[in-house]
Design a protein around this ligand. Structure first.
Ligand code: PMV
Length: 340
C-alpha cells in the first residue's frame, strides 16, 4: 500500500530579526534571532512518485492538487530544498508533493517559514516511512535536526519546529548553531493582529535583502547591539512584561528597516500606508494607554503584539482595517494515511 505523509508546520513572527548572513552558502546567520510561533499553518503532503508521473527532477509538485510545471517560479525554492535534502542525505526516491497554506496568499503573510518547514518534514517522513514525529526522531531526525535542515530552504523556517517562543542561536561556528524552544505556548497568552496595509508581493526577495545587509553603514553597529537586546527580550518574555518587551520589539523592527533602506541598493519594504498606520497607532496609544506594540517583517504590513486580555480593545483600534488576528501555536504535526 502507498502512504501519504502529511506535515503541518506553523509560521512564526520574529521579535529579534534574522537579517544578514555570515556565510551565504551555509545559510549561517550573522546574528541570533527569536520568534513567536503563530497559529497559521502550511500543510504539505508527500508520497512516492511513480516514474510515469515524474515531470521534474524531484518528482511532481502540486498546489492544492493543481500540478505545477517545473519552470514555475514558485517552485524555485522548494525544488532547490528537495534536491538539497535528497543529495545530502542520500535519498533518491522521487516524490509527489502537494502543498497549501491555511492563510490566503497575497495577504501579506510570508509563507516561506511554514512552507519550507512543512516540505522538509513531509519529504523526510516519506523517505524514512515515518508516521509520527517520534518515529522520525527514532530514525535519526529529531526536531533539532529537522529545523537545521529546513533552515537551508528558508532561514526563518528553522524557528517553526516548536510552538511558543523559539531561539535560533548562530553559535561560534556553522556547526555550533542551534535552534531551541525558549518557552512553551502556555507560558504567556500573547497574540499577533496583522494589519494588512498592502497585499502587494515583495519587490525584493529576502534572499537578496540578506546579501545587501552588509552594505549598510548601520549593519555593523546593529550587530554589536543585538546580544544585549536578545538578553533583554528573553528577560521580558520570562517575566511576561509587555511594557518592557514592546519598546524592544519596535526598536528592533525599525532598526532592521533602517539597515534595509540604507543598503546599496536600498531595500525599501515600508509603504506610505505603513507610516500612516504607525502614526495612528502612536496617537491612539497616547489617548487610551493600551499596551499594544508593533513589529514589521520584510514587507509593508504591521504585526501588533498584545496580551489576549486586551483583544477586544485591540480589535476596536484596528476596526476598518483588514486584519488577521492570531494566537500562539504549538509545534508541527505529522501523520500518515493511505494514499488515494
Ligand atoms: O527566512 P528568510 O530568508 O525569508 O528571512 C527572514 C527575514 C525576516 O522575516 C525579515 C526576519 C526573520 O527573522 O524572520
Amino acid at each position: 500500500m502507498s502512504f501519504l505523509y502529511k506535515a503541518r508546520v506553523p509560521t512564526n513572527i520574529a521579535f529579534l530579526k534574522y537579517w544578514g548572513k555570515s556565510d551565504e552558502q551555509a545559510q549561517w546567520p550573522a546574528n541570533d534571532s527569536l520568534s513567536m510561533t503563530l497559529d497559521l499553518f502550511s500543510e504539505t503532503s508527500a508520497q512516492l512518485c511513480p516514474p510515469e508521473l515524474q515531470i521534474s527532477k524531484v518528482g511532481l509538485f502540486k498546489i492544492r492538487g493543481q500540478i505545477l510545471q517545473e519552470e514555475n517560479p514558485f517552485l524555485k525554492k522548494p525544488m532547490k530544498q528537495l534536491q538539497y535534502l535528497a543529495s545530502t542525505l542520500g535519498f533518491n526516491e522521487k516524490l509527489i508533493i502537494d502543498t497549501y497554506n491555511e492563510f490566503p496568499t497575497g495577504c501579506g503573510i510570508a509563507s516561506s517559514a511554514s512552507g519550507l518547514g512543512s516540505l522538509t518534514l513531509a519529504a523526510l517522513a516519506c523517505w524514512t516511512r515515518s508516521s509520527s514525529l517520534a518515529e522520525l526522531a527514532n530514525k535519526g531526525f529529531p526536531l533539532e535536526r529537522l529545523a537545521l535542515l529546513a533552515r537551508m530552504g528558508s532561514g526563518s523556517a528553522c524557528r517553526s519546529f516548536w510552538g511558543g517562543f523559539v531561539h535560533w542561536s548562530r553559535g561560534a561556528s556553522i556547526q555550533e548553531q542551534n535552534v531551541s524552544p525558549l518557552f512553551a505556548k502556555e507560558h504567556w497568552d500573547l497574540r499577533d493582529c496583522i494589519v494588512i496595509l498592502s497585499a502587494s508581493e515583495k519587490t525584493i526577495s529576502s534572499s537578496i535583502g540578506h546579501g545587501l545587509a552588509k552594505t549598510s553603514p548601520l549593519y555593523a553597529p546593529r550587530l554589536t547591539r543585538l546580544p544585549q537586546r536578545l538578553t533583554q527580550m528573553q528577560e521580558a518574555i520570562r517575566n511576561k512584561n509587555l511594557r518592557l518587551l514592546g519598546p524592544l520589539l519596535e526598536d528592533e523592527a525599525l532598526e532592521m528597516h533602517a539597515v534595509m533602506s540604507s543598503s546599496q541598493p536600498p531595500c525599501v519594504y515600508l509603504e506610505e500606508p505603513t507610516h500612516r498606520f504607525l502614526t495612528y497607532l502612536k496617537e491612539s496609544r497616547q489617548q487610551n494607554l493600551l499596551e499594544v506594540f508593533f513589529t514589521i517583517d520584510a514587507g509593508p504590513n504591521v504585526h501588533l503584539i498584545y496580551e489576549a486580555k486586551n483583544q477586544a480593545a485591540v480589535l476596536n483600534l484596528v476596526k476598518g482595517y483588514k486584519t488577521i488576528d492570531i494566537g500562539i501555536a504549538s509545534g508541527p504535526v505529522l501523520n500518515r494515511t493511505g494514499a488515494q
